[in-house]
Design a protein around this ligand. Sequence first.
Ligand code: A3P
Length: 338
Amino acid sequence: MASSKKPTEEETQNKDLEEACKPGPPYKNAYRYFEGLYVSYSFTDRNLRSALSYKPLDGDVFVVSYPKCGTTWMQYIVYGVFRDGVPPANVIEFMNMAPFLELVGAEVAQAMPRPNSIKTHLPFNKQPYSDKAKYVYITRNPYDCCVSFYYHTRNAPMYRFEDGTFDQFFDMFVEGKVDYGDYFDHLLSWYEHRGDSNVLFITYEDLKKDTRGWVLKIADFLGKEYGDKLRQSPDIFEKIMAMISVDSMKKINADMNNWSKDLASVPLETLPEGMKSFMEAMGNMVEKPFKGEFVRKGIVGDWKNHLSPEQVSRMKERIALKTAGSDVMELWKDAGLP
Ligand code: A3P
C-alpha cells in the first residue's frame, strides 16, 4: 500500500537535487557555466580563466563574434591584410598567428607575432578590453547562424552530437543552450558598441555583398597605411581577394580534419601551457577528429533549406522577445529574412 506520509523538507530537497542531476541526453551535457559563460568542455577552466584575465597590449587587434558568423573569414581577411595576401601554411601556423583566446589561453596570444589578430567569441562584458586595442565584430542573421552552427556541432566530436538532428539543435539554439549561450545576448552586447571608434561592426551579409569594399574598410580600420597599400598595390589587393574566397578557404577543411592528428604528434612538453591544457581536454581527438566541412557553403539564405514554417515562427517569436526595444534586426532589412 502506498504511504500517504508527506515527504520531509530534506527528502524534497534530495529529490529535487536528484532530478537536477539526472543525466539527460549526452549532447545536453556537453556544456556548463563558467563565470557566467555557457560554454562547452573543449574550453578548459584553466584556459578560460587565463583568457578572461588577458590584458590587451596597446594596438592588439581582436576578431570577435558569436560562433558561426564568419569568424574564420574575418580572421583570414585580417591575416591577409597584415601579410600582403600570403596565407598561413597550415592550421597549426594559423592557430599560433591568430590564436583563439578561450581555447588556448593567454600565453599563446601574448607570444603571437604582431601584427596579427586574436580571436574571441566573448560577449562585450567578458571581452578583455582596452581603448588602445581594436575590435572587429562580425555578426550574421540568426537563421543562417543557427544552420551553420548545427553542422558545426554535429561535426565536432566534443559536442557529442554526431547523430543529432536539426530539430534538436534548433530547440537548443532558440533556448540559448549552445556553445557561448544565447545568440541575441551576444549580439546586443556588441551592437551597443557599434559606434565606438575602436570597434568595427560588420555583418556577414554586407561582407558577402561587397567583399572588396569591406576589405578596404577593414584595412583602413587596422591602420591607414594598410588601406593605402591596397589602393596603391592592386596585385596585393588581388592576392588578398584570392586568399579569402570560399573556394580557396575550403583548403582549410582537409587541414582541419588532420589538425588534431598533427597537433597530437607534437611532443606535449614543447607546447605552451594553454595548448597542453587544451590537448588534455581533447584526449580522444586523434581517434575522433573534426569531420565534415569547416568552410561549408558560405552563402546567405541556407536557412530556407532547413527551417520548417513552424521553426520560422518560433525564431520570429524569439527575435521579438529578445530584441524588443532595439533596432538591431534592421541590420538585415535587405537580407530577405522572413
Ligand atoms: P556555412 O556553414 O553557412 O557555410 P565561423 O568561421 O564563425 O565558424 O563561420 C563559419 C561560416 O563562415 C560557415 O558558414 C563557413 O562556410 C563560412 N565561411 C568561411 N569562409 C568563408 C568565405 N571565405 N566566404 C564566405 N563564407 C565563409
